[in-house]
Design a protein around this ligand. Sequence first.
Ligand SMILES: Cc1cc2nc3c(=O)[nH]c(=O)nc-3n(C[C@H](O)[C@H](O)[C@H](O)COP(=O)(O)OP(=O)(O)OC[C@H]3O[C@@H](n4cnc5c(N)ncnc54)[C@H](O)[C@@H]3O)c2cc1C
Length: 385
Amino acid sequence: MSFIETEEQQALRQAVAAMAANYGQDYYLEKARSGQHTTELWNEAGKLGFIGVNLPEEYGGGGAGMYELSMVMEEMSAAGSALLMMVVSPAINGTIISKFGTEEQKKRWIPGIADGSITMAFAITEPDAGSNSHRITTTARRDGSDWIIKGQKTFISGIDQAQAVLVVGRTEDHKTGNLKPALFVIPTDTPGLHWTKIEMEITSPESQFQVFLDDVRLPSDALVGSEDAAIAQLFAGLNPERIMGAASAVGMGRFAINKAVDYVKTRQVWKVPIGSHQGLSHPLAQNHIEIELAKLMMQKAATLYDAGDDFGAAEAANMAKYAAGEASVRAVDQAVQSLGGNGLTKEYGIAAAVTASKLARIAPVSREMILNFVAQTSLGLPRSY
Ligand SMILES: Cc1cc2nc3c(=O)[nH]c(=O)nc-3n(C[C@H](O)[C@H](O)[C@H](O)COP(=O)(O)OP(=O)(O)OC[C@H]3O[C@@H](n4cnc5c(N)ncnc54)[C@H](O)[C@@H]3O)c2cc1C
């Protein structure tokens, strides 16, 4: 692992930052508050090759890795316009299909995911299973050569703007015990697939949905790869998901700190800028240190992942997601504080990040489940649940 990004990586970082700056938080909040999607930004990012930078070149991707994709996520988020669907479409689904899909599945889905013309949602969470994915009950049964899927999912991001959804279910013969998942790509216009919006208190252009699968009939080739390899397929998507969760939070932390720093440099209520009071400068310096540390762990996770060390990447990706989530919640809180009353106005836009920043503590895997993982896997402590 090098601490110095290559010229290519630096150029990518600058290009993404330049594009994102043309949109920024004003654009993002306007879209979110008027119930619209950030379609123009998504399309431009796709056209410039940013969304599929991690996907294989032979299927229209950029041929780089999770390091580069996390960089794209971080820079967009640092500009105040994070694209949540990047966590699921290219990072989880693009990775799973390009690593495990059949040749036909790769040709059908990856080019579109890479250039952004296809957005694919991801559905694993269920109302009664929550963090315990072993309890999911969405079930696939065979009917001739077809599959019939029945079940319910919750908090599924962006299915309304997606052309397809990757659903994690289980086959009929594996109803109990440890999860033996089966992964299906379902076009969103398939009969029997419905969704209803969950009203959230997050200012975001992407919405979350309850998803209902009422005997959804699928052809046999909707199953991703092979039935027996699905646990490996699922795990292949989890490290990228956590790395992207960390990248989003690191970007949000940077965004909040920058906003606060700009403000406290000029705002005067005594005879000097308020940023000269250590009561404000020290917490912001602390926030900066915490974000930089989380970013370092995120870069380690992405580097290990890209090098093929899935086990090492799992520990680092979980720790990075945890550290970035905590650091960004604190950075956003301090940014609001630094702006005083303006921190709570719509005009300054930082209060909008308060609930959004908490997302990194809850999804895609909660703070507590990461602590469970680290306690058990890194420290060898007994499982508590
Ligand atoms: C904005 C948003 C977008 C999302 N997008 C998607 C998506 O696109 N696709 C998808 O599949 N899911 C999505 N999710 C779901 C998300 O992954 C889950 O919310 C998350 O995994 C937590 O599950 P839960 O909400 O059921 O909480 P629960 O599992 O009910 O947990 C509630 C609380 O209990 C704690 N807890 C549970 N078990 C333990 C334990 N053993 N030890 C200690 N603490 C424990 C948790 O940490 C948490 O604090 C999204 C969620 C949100 C909020």
